[in-house]
Design a protein around this ligand. Structure first.
Ligand code: G1P
Ligand code: ZN
Length: 542
């Protein structure tokens, strides 16, 4: 049976590029989630009889929305739904399932690294048939539809049992509950030298992985402990909890502090890592060394050929504009192209689809490759382990040798969160006004070489994305970049990215903030951060 319900339009809450993210009570409003899901379906064409993948990171309200989505997919004419057992699919695993089973698309339920629980965050995102986030023309169409929608279709049937693998039916549509881990583990096994990693671990190499009570727990248990032989207990916080145990499932030095401290202790394990709520971000900490995401991208790219999946070499490397230039030096040495894209994973999709880039990364702890169309936390961990197994050196040695060979890009991001929106917009506008006058100007020993507002010309679809962040480059390879966050929830978040290139190995062991102090001061002088935001200090320094 099909029922039609009149609903209220959304208002003007335009969903962000990472789908719709709101607090759980907002999603619990009558017809709210249904309204958004129907808007997704109404914006698509040609899905009749096709397969839809559904899964999420297990956070509070995950199962409720999955039940609604399945019943709505049936009423809207999909032929089949593939859903992860327990409603679980990490974001990269969902991307893989979409690709592997040639699904029409997928609905991924997550709010990434944001907290979960009855009053915390929830999100719905639509991924297209290549396994990647919906491009802007699709998200724009979905938003436009939310403005006009007045009814949705849903099958009036009992809930599906999400805990038993196998096929059930909702009206004419098949619903297959799949093992959320198996396809992903198989993909990882096809890319990496599991035998070498197994031998490394059997030889006493100690790995710890913090799943942060989020989605990667079952994946890490299966891969690291079962298939690679890491001792039981190597994977911490491995049960996905609806509230992530009350923590932010954000693998950074603030929220994964305990792991960081474990890795800095004298008796530290050899390698530590963590992933976020939905499994697409990563934190890499070797014994005695935190590897910045920008350095990690460069080191993974420089050594990827040591893993069977990348033995043929890389076609190219892509990084978001604010990510440090460390990867550029690797691309140069390898004689391959380096693509500089705006912030956001979706900009890598075309480069990966066209075979122009093989490995991609962002400074915000996202790294991935052409194996799926999302960033992938465990993938980065496994590539690191493969490299460690092949080189038989410590993570610290590998990082230091990398710096010695390529130079070190000191790098830090300063975030000013919940800044008054007008003040933040005013700061960016004033900065843009100043750009033309900056080249040639000196600030102490720092001389501005170029200054611009980054715009991206997609080499594949020829689309142009303007105003993607102001960058000021100094002679010698240092730079500061300013942009406003596109994912913040209250007020505006100003992100300032500071980078200094240091070729001299004798100067590779400085404290990062100290090494960047002069650039930090110049960033404030150029952008008038303190006076315009009223803030003396950034809210977060990474
Ligand atoms: C942030 C990160 C960006 C990432 C995005 C989604 O966006 O900076 O690299 O792609 O989250 O995970 P921002 O808030 O800076 O717009
Ligand atoms: Zn995430």
């Amino acid at each position: 049976m099909m029922i039609t319900v009149s609903t209220n339009p959304y208002g003007d809450q335009k969903p962000g590029t990472s789908g719709l993210r709101k607090k759980v009570p907002v999603f619990q409003q009558k017809n709210y989630a249904e309204n958004f899901i129907q808007s997704i379906f109404d914006s698509l064409e040609g899905y009749e009889g096709e397969t839809l993948v559904i899964g999420g990171d297990g956070r509070y309200y995950n199962r409720d929305v999955i039940q609604k989505a399945i019943k709505m997919a049936a009423a809207n004419g999909f032929g089949r739904v593939l859903v992860g057992r327990g409603g679980i699919l990490s974001t990269p695993a969902a991307s893989n399932v979409i690709r592997k089973y040639k699904a029409f698309g997928g609905i991924v339920l997550s709010a990434s690294h944001n907290p979960g629980g009855p009053t915390e965050d929830f999100g719905i995102k639509y991924n297209v048939g290549n396994g990647g986030p919906a491009p802007e023309r699709v998200t724009d169409a979905i938003f436009a539809r939310t403005q006009a929608i007045d009814s949705y279709r849903i099958a009036d049937v009992p809930d599906i049992n999400l805990d038993v693998e196998g096929t059930q039916h909702v009206e004419d549509m098949a619903v297959t509950v799949i093992d959320p881990v198996a396809d992903y583990a198989e993909l990882m096994e096809s890319l990496f030298d599991f035998a070498a990693i197994r031998a490394l671990i059997a030889g006493g190499f100690r790995v710890v992985f913090d799943a942060m009570s989020a989605v990667t727990g079952p994946y890490a248990k299966e891969i690291l402990e079962k298939r690679l032989g890491a001792p039981k207990g190597s994977v911490m916080n491995f049960i996905p909890l609806p509230d992530f145990g009350g923590h932010h499932p954000d693998p950074n030095l603030v929220h994964a502090r305990a792991l960081y401290e474990t890795m800095m202790a004298p008796d530290a394990p050899d390698f530590g890592a963590a992933s976020d709520g939905d499994g697409d971000r990563n934190l890499i900490v070797g014994r005695g060394i935190f590897v910045t995401p920008s350095d990690s991208l460069a080191i993974l790219a420089a050594n990827a050929h040591l893993a069977p999946g990348y033995a043929q070499g890389l076609a190219g490397i892509a990084r978001s504009m604010p990510t440090s230039g460390a990867a550029d030096r690797v691309a140069e040495k390898l004689g391959i192209s380096l693509y500089e894209t705006p912030t956001g994973w979706k900009f890598f999709g075309n480069l990966l689809d066209e075979g122009l880039a093989t490995i991609c990364g962002e400074e915000s702890a996202g790294t991935g490759s052409n194996h799926v169309r999302e960033k992938d936390g465990l993938w980065a961990v496994l590539l690191w382990l493969n490299i460690l197994a092949a080189r038989k050196e410590s993570a610290l040695d590998i990082v230091q040798k990398h710096w010695a060979a390529y130079g070190r890009n000191y790098y830090s991001r300063h975030d000013y969160e919940a800044v008054d929106t007008d003040a933040a917009n005013g700061l960016m506008a004033a900065l843009r006004e100043k750009l033309a006058g900056l080249p040639g100007k000196s600030y102490g020993a720092l001389k501005v070489e170029t200054a611009d507002d980054f715009s991206y010309h997609d080499p594949v679809d020829k689309s142009v994305s303007m105003n993607q962040g102001v960058r000021v480059l100094f002679e010698g390879g240092s730079r500061v970049v300013f942009r406003l966050s596109g994912t913040g929830t209250s007020g505006a978040t100003l992100r300032v990215y500071i980078e200094r290139y240091e070729p001299d190995p004798a100067r590779h062991d400085l404290d990062t903030q100290a090494a960047l102090a002069d650039l930090i001061a110049v960033a404030d002088e150029i952008a008038e951060i303190k006076t315009r935001t009223g803030r003396e200090e950034p809210s977060v320094v990474t």
